[in-house]
Design a binder for this molecule. Structure first.
Ligand SMILES: [Fe+2]
Ligand SMILES: [Fe+2]
Length: 352
């Protein structure tokens, strides 16, 4: 028997005893009238709809229910009285992941539910990673395009990408996130997505509150926004940057800061964007801050940023082994906070 609850939504609850009995062999089963308010905070693992969708009142009630179920993102098995092409299309459009004839035996329906839930669980981590990368890329594309064309940028859509990133790392694991992000062909987006994933993992490891975690991942996603104004010939240069190129490259924290400030961005994110290249010994840029003038969020972000830069993949360079990247971070004593580097190493060591 599986953990969790299967919802049986029905317009004939008096006739649902046998089906409920069979479904109860798969998982805990809760029978819900089709016109009752669906409470998905109970997190079903699967749903069976045994409702005559041809009836208008049932169809509109189920439209509402299916909209809720989209958020739950679980298999929805729809039992149809009529298996005609139009009924099948309507059910799929509503959000059914599988349609069976209402004449199917309860035992077979239960077996189908079991198979669908097991398949869903196997595919969920990959789906979660794809969703997280897609949402984050969408946000980055919009923001980078805005900065590139010197438009006023809007921060409206950023927060909707944070939960998908954090869920992806939590459900799919950082290793899967890194493997997926390394295939990104744009080096700067790849880097921002790496830092966001690594920051999500680090904040989960540190047990941040939801708000703090969201703030940290948000700052990670945005930290290099100013690179939108750095020429690609510098950003993508395979070798070392010369002095002039380095000077141009080092303008990116302030560019990002100014654009985000003008957009009304919060102070914590602004601080991380401006100061993620500052070092505790004062050798960083752009403001040469040192010691206590560098806040905790910046210290954490700098570690995530350097680690991600070291381990990113480019056409001309394979990813550096994580153990080598960690050794480099550990050698930066005096520039990075040793205790945080150690804690970061522990977080990355449980990267799967
Ligand atoms: Fe940077
Ligand atoms: Fe960076």
């Amino acid at each position: 028997m599986l953990d969790g609850t299967v919802f049986l939504i029905t317009d004939r609850p008096d006739n649902s005893d046998i089906l409920r009995g069979e479904l109860s062999l798969v998982a805990d089963c809760k029978v819900i009238r089709f016109d009752a308010v669906l409470d998905i905070t109970q997190k079903p693992i699967g749903v069976v709809s045994d409702v005559t969708l041809d009836r208008r009142e049932a169809a509109s009630a189920m439209r509402r229910a299916f909209a809720e179920l989209k958020t739950a993102d679980v298999p929805v098995i729809c039992l149809l009285r009529n298996m005609g092409e139009i009924s099948l299309r309507d059910a799929k459009n509503l959000g059914a992941t599988c349609c069976l004839s209402a004449l199917t035996t309860p035992a077979m329906i239960a077996r189908t539910v079991m198979a669908q839930v097991i398949q869903d669980r196997a595919e969920r981590p990959t789906r979660s990673i794809e969703r997280g990368v897609a949402r984050a890329t969408e946000v980055l594309t919009r923001l980078f395009d805005g900065v590139r064309s010197n438009d006023q940028i809007s921060l409206t859509h950023i927060d909707a990408s944070l939960d998908p990133i954090i869920s992806a790392v939590r459900e799919g694991g950082l290793t899967r996130w890194l493997d997926r992000v390394w295939t990104h062909d744009d080096a700067t987006y790849q880097h921002c997505l790496l830092v966001a994933g690594v920051a999500a993992k680090f904040s989960l490891h540190l047990g941040f509150s939801t708000d703090d975690r969201n703030h940290f991942v948000r700052a990670a996603l945005l930290h290099d926004l100013g690179k939108a104004r750095i020429p690609l010939s510098i950003l993508n240069k395979p070798g070392r940057l010369d002095e002039g190129e380095t000077t141009i490259m080092r303008t990116h924290p302030v560019i990002g800061y100014e654009k985000l400030k003008a957009a009304g961005c919060d102070l914590l994110t602004l601080g991380a964007v401006r100061h993620h290249h500052e070092m505790l010994d004062g050798t960083g840029y752009p403001d040469g801050l040192s010691g206590n003038s560098i806040g905790d969020t910046v210290r954490l972000m700098t570690i995530c940023d350097i680690y991600s830069a070291l381990t990113e993949k480019r056409a001309y360079k394979p990813a550096m082994p994580t153990s080598v990247a960690m050794a480099i971070l550990s050698d930066m004593t005096g520039r990075l906070e040793g205790g945080l580097v150690q804690s970061f190493g522990e977080a990355m060591a449980t990267a799967s």
